[in-house]
Design a protein around this ligand. Structure first.
Ligand SMILES: [Zn+2]
Length: 202
């Protein structure tokens, strides 16, 4: 039991600590580009840690799932590219001074993508599509929750919530892997691990 407890506790604390540290960097960074780089690195790390904890909760090997950990890490970072697309400029000042929030920051987008991928995975019985749908959801939600403490969650075209209170945001970041893992268990058709197979002597 303790063997399972420590990695989970460590990763949960790492997500919280990384989020808080990232916010310090964002507040006290020397230049605009340093603050943006630090913020983006935090998004990527929190995304990667979120998926690592989901892998650990699923009792799978992290070493064998590095691909998906890295995908979640990259996707959580790439979401901020929409700032540059919306600004039509590669200058950090233009990208961080937009009139309205860029399109990938709308939380309706990952919900729609998740629904599409899950529907296709059901239609084609594809565990890969199912897996991808959860990686996308984890990367987007970890990113949006972090941004949500400053600007709230944006559900276009319906509107935005108020900014998420700071401690609620940190707790949400830390509980997201548990919530997603629980939802994944409700919806899965991937083969069960060997541990679950009951051997019958004949
Ligand atoms: Zn962002």
């Amino acid at each position: 039991m303790w063997r399972e407890f420590w990695p989970r506790a460590l990763l949960t604390c790492a997500i919280g600590a990384c989020s808080v540290l990232g916010d310090f960097g964002l507040r006290y960074g020397r230049s605009e580009s340093a603050r943006a780089a630090f913020d983006n690195a935090t998004h990527a790390t929190v995304g990667g840690l979120t998926w690592t904890l989901i892998v650990v909760l699923s009792r799978k090997s992290v070493a064998r799932n590095l691909n998906s950990v890295f995908s979640c890490f990259l996707l959580a970072s790439f979401i901020d590219l929409d700032h540059f697309i919306a600004a039509r400029s590669w200058h950090i000042h233009d990208a961080t001074h937009l009139q309205k929030r860029p399109f990938l920051h709308c939380t309706t987008v990952p919900i729609v993508l998740w629904t599409l991928f899950i529907s296709f995975s059901n239609a084609f019985h594809s565990p890969l599509l199912e897996h991808t749908s959860w990686v996308i959801l984890a990367a987007f939600l970890s990113h949006h929750i972090r941004d949500g403490t400053r600007r709230g969650l944006w559900f276009c075209p319906f509107g935005s919530t108020r900014p998420i209170p700071y401690y609620l945001y940190v707790s949400l970041c830390m509980s997201l892997p548990y919530i997603l893992h629980w939802l994944m268990r409700l919806h899965t058709f991937t083969p069960k691990s060997n541990d679950d197979i009951i051997l019958i002597d004949v």
